[in-house]
Design a protein around this ligand. Structure first.
Ligand SMILES: [Zn+2]
Length: 216
C-alpha cells in the first residue's frame, strides 16, 4: 500500500487554554500558524492520506531538554505499542514527515475505529485535553517523569480516567478514532513522546521519535 501523507493546515494549539497559547508563542519561534487550507488529496483505495498533525508537543526553545541515549534506552525497556494488536513491524515511519511547514514529530498508527488504545508505559495521566486538531487527547508522564506522552484523535476515553490518575503499562486509556483533524475514513492513533524538564508543563518538551523505541 502506498503511503501518502498530505499537508496539514494549522500547527498551533487551539487555545482552549490561554496559558497554552501564550506558552506556544514564547516557546517556539519557528511555529507558523497557517491559515491556508490544506491541499485536497482525495484518498484512493491504495493511498493512505493523513491530513492530521494531531497536536504537537511544543518545543521549549529557551532550554530545550535533550534525551540522553541511556534515558531513551531505559524508556524503551518500559514501552509497549499503544494500540492493541499492532505489531512492531507494522508501524509506519511517520515522525519525520512534513505536515505543512512542520515536521510531524509523532507516530501515526492506523487501526480500526474502537481499537483499544493502551498506555505505552506506566506513569501518570497529566491532562485529559481536547483541541480542534488533536480531538480527544491524553497527555501523560512516564514513571521517571522525564517524558511526556501524547495520545490523540481518540474516539472516546476509557471510563474512570481523570487528571493525575496513575497509569499502568498496557492499561486501556481510550479507543482509536478520528476526533480532531484526522480524516473520518482513516482512524488512527497520533502518538508522540517528548523529553520534558517539568511534566506539569505537559504541553512542551523536545520531541523524540517513538518508532525506534517501540521496535527495540
Ligand atoms: Zn499524526
Amino acid at each position: 500500500m502506498a503511503l501518502v501523507f498530505g499537508a496539514a493546515c494549522r500547527v498551533l494549539p487551539d487555545g482552549e487554554s490561554p496559558a497554552v497559547d501564550s506558552a506556544a508563542a514564547r516557546s517556539d519561534t519557528q511555529t507558523i500558524d497557517l491559515a491556508a487550507p490544506p491541499p485536497q488529496r482525495p484518498p484512493t483505495t491504495d493511498t493512505l492520506v493523513a491530513l492530521d498533525e494531531g497536536e504537537t508537543i511544543l518545543r521549549d526553545t529557551t532550554a530545550p531538554p535533550v534525551a540522553r541515549n541511556d534515558e531513551l534506552a531505559a524508556l524503551a525497556r518500559t514501552l509497549t505499542i499503544p494500540v492493541a494488536g499492532v505489531k512492531a513491524e507494522e508501524l509506519l515511519d511517520t515522525f519525520n514527515e512534513m505536515r505543512g511547514t512542520r515536521r510531524h514529530d509523532a507516530l501515526d498508527i492506523p487501526a480500526q475505529r474502537g481499537t483499544p488504545v493502551l498506555s505505552a508505559t506506566s506513569g501518570r495521566l497529566q491532562r485529559l485535553f481536547t483541541s480542534e486538531r488533536g480531538g480527544l487527547m491524553i497527555y501523560a508522564a512516564d514513571s521517571t517523569e522525564r517524558f511526556v506522552l501524547l495520545y490523540a484523535h481518540l474516539d472516546r476515553y476509557a471510563e474512570g480516567l481523570s487528571d493525575g490518575a496513575a497509569l499502568q503499562r498496557g492499561q486501556v486509556i481510550g479507543y482509536v478514532g478520528t476526533t480532531g483533524n484526522a480524516p473520518p475514513n482513516l482512524p488512527h492513533l497520533h502518538f508522540a513522546i517528548a523529553r520534558s524538564t517539568d511534566v506539569s508543563r505537559w504541553w512542551e518538551g523536545t520531541p523524540v521519535d517513538p518508532l525506534p523505541l517501540l521496535q527495540r
